[in-house]
Design a protein around this ligand. Structure first.
Ligand SMILES: [Zn+2]
Length: 291
């Protein structure tokens, strides 16, 4: 074989499509899980380079299991896996970082489940997902640090939509492409991808109006870093409006309702749980008004 061809043949060996190694190690966060059979558990994991994978932890529900309690959600894990026919098999787990304080608040924990479900719904199995992995990781760290769960959720939804190539349009009318002006009225139309101006007819009138304040909040979530958003003084009505708007946007984008939302709403409607005092989310000079 001529040297050039031989070199090519060697390159060929390392191309994607060549059987992957039977055993591998990856960072991972548990997105969901269910029990299987007598003692097994099936997990959906998000990993940076392999995206979403399904794995089985055999015998994990037995008290003698080596995998024990470390294969839990709300933690960054380092997992060793062996390729299997249906599911890859978890052989070892090490906890890299556990966001333990996140679990102290039921609302933070319920929000964390919701964020995981959105990631699960957005990802195809075995497609690289580094940005989404980083997004979820940061959201969990923020919840763990005691940031308002609603703000973390809105920031996450906005950036998830961005990653999926579905960034909501909040600067121009999605119908006529005119820059939106503060003096006009707006409508929020998720099936069209964002805001429709007062002059355009848009789809049948059942779409909800959007206040100027809510539009400003949506823009803030797109433009500002979450640390800055945490320090903003936002009108409660506008926050509620934006919550409804972004939930609807995610529902339309992912083509279904998130199941974990029912639990989150139940938690929020329950009487306030006592909570350990935490560092204030706002800067020392008090929350800033919305620009
Ligand atoms: Zn228009």
């Amino acid at each position: 074989m001529p040297p050039g061809l031989r070199a090519l043949a060697m390159v060929e060996c390392y191309r994607p499509g060549v059987p992957a190694p039977r055993r591998y190690v990856t960072d991972a966060i548990v997105l969901s899980r269910f029990d299987l059979g007598e003692a097994d558990r099936v997990l959906t994991l998000i990993t940076p380079s392999l995206g979403k994978i399904k794995a089985i932890a055999k015998g994990i529900r037995r008290p003698s299991s080596r995998l024990g309690g470390s294969l839990e959600p709300f933690a960054e894990l380092n997992v060793a896996l062996a390729r299997g026919r249906t599911f890859d098999v978890v052989t070892e787990v090490r906890v890299g970082h556990a966001w333990l304080r996140l679990r102290d608040s039921l609302e933070s924990a319920a929000t964390a489940w919701y964020l995981a479900e959105l990631a699960d719904r957005s990802l195809e199995e075995r497609h690289e997902a580094e940005p989404l992995y980083a997004l979820l990781r940061r959201a969990y760290a923020l919840l763990d640090a005691g940031m308002a769960p609603g703000r973390v959720a809105r920031w996450y939804e906005m950036h998830l939509a961005d990653e999926l190539g579905m960034r909501p349009e909040v600067d121009r009318c999605v119908e006529c492409d005119r820059v939106l002006e503060a003096t006009e009225s707006f409508r929020w139309v998720p099936p069209l991808g964002g805001v429709v101006c007062g002059r355009c007819p848009g789809p049948p009138a059942d779409r909800s109006g959007l206040s100027l304040e809510a539009l400003k909040v949506l823009k803030a979530y797109q433009r500002m870093d979450i640390e800055a958003i945490a320090g903003l003084r936002l009108p409660e009505d506008a926050e509620r409006e934006v919550e409804g708007a972004m939930r609807e946007f995610m529902r339309i984008s992912l083509e279904r309702d998130a199941r974990s939302l029912a639990f989150l709403d139940e938690v929020r409607s329950a009487p306030r749980e006592p909570r350990a005092p935490r560092a204030p989310a706002a800067p020392p000079d008090g929350p800033a008004p919305l620009p």
